[in-house]
Design a protein around this ligand. Structure first.
Ligand code: HEM
Length: 435
């Protein structure tokens, strides 16, 4: 009996529609609505997996051989250096893309009912992306890797009560050594990719279930003003393919132009000065210079993490959902918050370096209070002030005022990250990045 061949387009359409609804609201096709950031993250994760599998053929996860295997890969294996460079650049761009995607979702208010759990899963994905980057950082086993991981895992010590235990668990003992390399390798090449794969599939399914991306809803008395829907194939598919090809081309260009840094082999007896954490933990390293360690690495990050986790469950107006910063007022308050955060954080970093001396000013008070609770409470009062001024001075809605507060925190964190990466020299003192 003759069976009818299914056209290839039917199969493609069917595959795509497992991940996508059949139609999506037209405004979501506009590039400046999402900046294609979620799609970029998907492409970068794929590049990571493909190049990671290739690297595994050569890399040796043994402390005495890891460095030599990386040098061999770079110098002797055809295209070894290029593949390593693609892995390196896509990993770093992934952190940036996912962070910007988080901001885009937050600032277009796309985390309300129907998307709450998508947001929570997204947050977990963000932490997995950081963990994936961080565990990969140690693998070359050079000075850069060894000391960056020593500094970052050293921060864990300050988690109150259980800090040392967590640190030993992550390091596989008190010091960085073979056990750490084994743990990081297993996490980097098996545990984290499997978790990410599962959660990404779930993330896409949730987006599909919500009927695509969040767009602004028409007022109840004007149902005809609802945005038109367009078929996903080819409208969205073509746009996603263009973004994917551009991302791949850009990563390949970077990989061809700039090599992944590799330092001298790891030497546990010789720490470089300054020793810096990977750039994406630079904000925390900078906070360590200004706050009591328990506040810098635990209390402040934990408060911000739980606030982010709970934000979709707070009672906020949904009127601005699907619009960047909800309204003109929202965009104005966000811009003012961003400028204030640059000035406030820059000034505080400078004053704390040269003029402020909390312990000297309060000699009888414990450092937990004088360098922890009091300055941290001061900073939270400033963020709360940002929220209240947006509400009172600009008549912002709760959602817009919250976004202004979040802009302030984000810009502040970015300023601290840049300060640590560019303006800290020997002994972690402030300096100009150019001689
Ligand atoms: C590996 C990490 C991630 C990948 C691959 C990913 C991928 C995507 C993609 C492809 C979309 C649809 C298109 C777009 O918005 O660009 C999307 C939407 C969404 N993502 Fe993510 N995402 C990741 C992390 C996150 C994070 C960190 C968050 C927030 C905490 C998040 C929350 C959301 C939400 C709520 C939506 C629906 C947005 C809407 O309805 O407008 N995602 N994600």
């Amino acid at each position: 009996m003759k069976t009818e061949r299914r056209p290839r387009r039917f199969l493609l359409r069917n595959l795509v529609l497992h991940f996508r609804p059949t139609t999506v609201p037209e405004p979501t096709l506009k590039f400046t609505f999402t900046w294609g950031l979620g799609g970029m993250a998907v492409v970068l994760v794929m590049l990571q997996i493909v190049t990671g599998v290739m690297l595994k053929f050569v890399y040796e996860p043994i402390a005495t051989q890891a460095y030599a295997s990386v040098i061999h890969l770079q110098n002797d294996v055809p295209f070894g250096g290029f593949i390593r460079n693609i892995h390196f650049w896509s990993a770093n761009f992934l952190v940036v893309a996912v962070f910007l995607h988080l901001l885009r979702v937050f600032f277009t208010g796309a985390f309300h009912a129907g998307r709450r759990f998508t947001w929570v899963v997204g947050l977990i994905l963000f932490f997995l992306v950081l963990a994936s980057n961080f565990t990969g950082y140690l693998l070359p086993w050079d000075q850069l890797a060894y000391w960056a991981v020593t500094i970052s895992t050293g921060m864990l010590e300050y988690v109150p009560g259980i800090g040392l235990r967590i640190q030993h668990l992550v390091r596989g003992g008190p010091e960085i050594g073979q056990a750490t390399l084994g743990i990081f390798f297993a996490l980097h090449t098996a545990v984290i990719p499997i978790l990410m794969g599962g959660l990404m599939a779930f993330h896409f399914w949730r987006i599909r279930k919500a009927g695509g991306l969040a767009v602004s809803r028409p007022p109840e008395n004007e149902p005809d003003a609802a945005p038109a829907s367009v078929p996903v194939v080819p409208g969205l598919l073509i746009r996603e393919a263009v973004v994917a090809l551009l991302v791949i081309a850009f990563v390949c260009l970077m990989a061809a132009a700039i090599d992944t840094p590799v330092g001298a082999p790891a030497n546990p007896g010789l720490s470089p000065n300054p020793t810096k954490a990977p750039w994406y933990f630079g904000g925390f390293q900078e906070m360590l210079l200004h706050f009591h360690p328990s506040f810098a690495v635990f209390v402040i990050p934990a408060i911000i993490f739980f606030a982010l986790l709970l934000v979709p469950y707070v009672n906020l107006e949904e009127t601005g959902a699907g619009i960047w910063f909800a309204s003109r007022t929202g965009r104005r308050t966000a811009a003012i918050a961003a400028v204030s955060a640059v000035l406030f954080t820059g000034l505080l970093v400078f004053l704390d370096e040269f003029y402020m001396d909390w312990t000297g000013w309060m000699p009888d008070v414990s450092p937990f209070l004088s360098t922890g609770l009091i300055p941290a409470a001061g900073c939270f009062v400033v963020v709360a002030g940002c929220y209240l001024s947006a509400r009172k001075l600009f008549s912002a809605t709760r959602m817009e005022a919250l976004q202004a507060g979040f802009v302030f925190l984000t810009v502040s964190f970015v300023v601290m990250t840049l300060t640590c990466a560019l303006f800290r020299g020997q002994g972690m003192r402030l300096m100009w990045p150019w001689p």
